[in-house]
Ligand binder design. Structure first.
Ligand code: TYD
Length: 313
């Protein structure tokens, strides 16, 4: 059903059965097949083609020349730039149709830049930003900025970069804006034989570790983490090379550059953490307050947000 409040340009084709929500505008030479469901306040620009098994939420913008194939779902407030190409068959052959198509989902508030190509069956996370011309070959986490071919994470939207991650002058610590995250400056003993740094209870070691692990040999485009822990506390020290760490308490997101063994980053429980931009020689030492427990991990950002909602900062 077409809402009486929708605008359909006289030169658009909307097949019988297609659902078009109120105040949605469908412009010239757009063609919408009968099974498509399009919400309210969308803008479907010239030369857009929408197949049958497609759901488009509210307030989505689909710019000129986009084809939205079977199996693609576009959630609320998504921007799809001109000539973005969706795909729904990983191994296409002429005259051979799949019975079921891989499901591609573009989450709320994500934006896809002009001419990007999205391979089949992928999820582009909430508020993610895909750069113009990017070829997206993997799922894109929430808020990630992805560019290039193949698409790589270059940064995260809404992350406040802490330019000087050192401690407050005259002290050895600095609390970040993100709840439960602190930078700790460790002592450095320098003499003719070289340098030494350490931590111990009461001096740079905020909890008694039961485990350590080391991340190293990370290919530069790769991202580690993208999870939170229900109970675990962690102390991150980049003992060689450098990497960037995103910390997020569900309200605020900050980014810290770790580049020396005398700088430790303390994360208490329920902090979403991401580590990326590893230098080729980066060695990240992590001290953990508990032994390894896969059930302590929260791997869905939505679940994390749900759990921290309402907790005081
Ligand atoms: P994972 O936590 O996914 O790494 P990251 O968060 O850095 O991307 O861990 C990768 C694998 O290593 C996974 O199979 C679990 C295993 N692992 C352990 O067995 N013990 C540990 O202490 C850690 C941290 C991971």
């Amino acid at each position: 059903m077409i809402s009486p409040d929708a605008f359909i340009h006289p030169n658009a084709i909307v097949e019988d059965g297609a659902m078009i929500g109120p105040r949605t505008r469908v412009w010239a030479f757009a063609h919408i097949l009968s099974g498509a469901v399009i919400g309210a306040d969308c803008n479907i620009c010239d030369h857009v083609f929408v197949e049958n098994k497609v759901i488009i939420g509210d307030r989505a913008t689909i710019k000129c020349g986009v084809q939205v194939w079977d199996g693609v779902t576009i959630e609320n407030d998504v921007f799809v730039g001109p000539n973005v190409t969706f795909t729904n068959d990983p191994f296409p052959r002429s005259c051979q149709r799949l019975d079921e198509h891989p499901q591609t989902i573009i989450r709320e508030n994500a934006s896809i830049g002009a001419n990007a190509t999205i391979l089949p069956g992928l999820e582009i996370g909430k508020k993610a930003m895909v750069g113009a011309g990017t070829v997206v070959t993997r799922n894109v986490p929430a808020m990630a900025m992805v560019v290039g071919n193949p698409g790589r994470i270059k940064g995260y939207v809404d992350a406040r970069v802490i330019e000087q991650p050192g401690p407050i002058p005259g002290t050895t610590r600095r609390k970040l804006g993100v709840r439960g995250v602190e930078v700790i400056e460790l002592p450095e003993i320098v003499d003719l034989r070289g340098k030494l740094t350490f931590g111990q209870a009461g001096e740079g070691l905020p909890f008694m570790p039961k485990r350590w692990y080391i991340i190293y040999g990370v290919p530069s485009p790769e991202v580690r983490g993208e999870h939170a822990h229900r109970h675990l506390e962690q102390l991150l020290i980049c003992v060689h090379g450098s990497c960037d760490v995103i910390v997020d308490d569900g309200t605020l997101r900050e980014e810290v550059h770790l580049s020396r063994p005398t700088l430790a980053l303390h994360l208490t429980e329920m902090i979403w953490g991401i580590q990326y931009r590893f230098s080729a020689d980066a060695v990240l030492l992590v001290l953990a307050s508990e032994t390894y427990d896969p059930d302590d991990y929260i791997r869905s950002y939505d679940e994390f947000l749900e759990l921290v909602k309402g907790t005081s900062r």
